[in-house]
Write a new protein. Sequence first.
Length: 179
Amino acid sequence: MISFYKPNSKNTGTACSFTVNPKDESIWGSLIKQSAWNEAKKIGSFSENQNNPNKSVKIKFSLTEAAGILDAIERNVEFSAYHTSEKQTTRIKLCPYIRDDKQVGYSYSVNKEDKQNSENKQSYLIGFYFNEARLLKEFISYALNATFESQRIEAIKKIKNAPNSPSTQKNAQDDSELW
């Protein structure tokens, strides 16, 4: 898991994290809106909004979409994706982050719209400086590799457990030698 926290004194910050579950071949991204700001300590909090569906969003990326994020960072181009379900539409974008006519990193945004209530629209935005984008790139590369390794292990298990596989026949021969 990799996380980025960008609170601010205006209480408009965003937290973002990416996780991987190689066993079900899923790479997830989540964004949470800032819930509080402690002026005395100069720190923000996100925990109150973590499970609030109107203040947080979770996205399951396909492997192709994850590769698209890598490609966008490597080639310095825009990545976009569109997810739709019965309940909502989600638009995802990662693109160069330009400030004062100079690129300072990448901007990651997600817009979610409720299909039953068009008034229920949410926008999430977080900027990644170049070093943070590098961390994101490394994590997504790791997540893809972990998924590929899990696929490889499962394929080997299936081959070994197949009724007429050479390894099953060899194991049967080995077992008969024990008797």
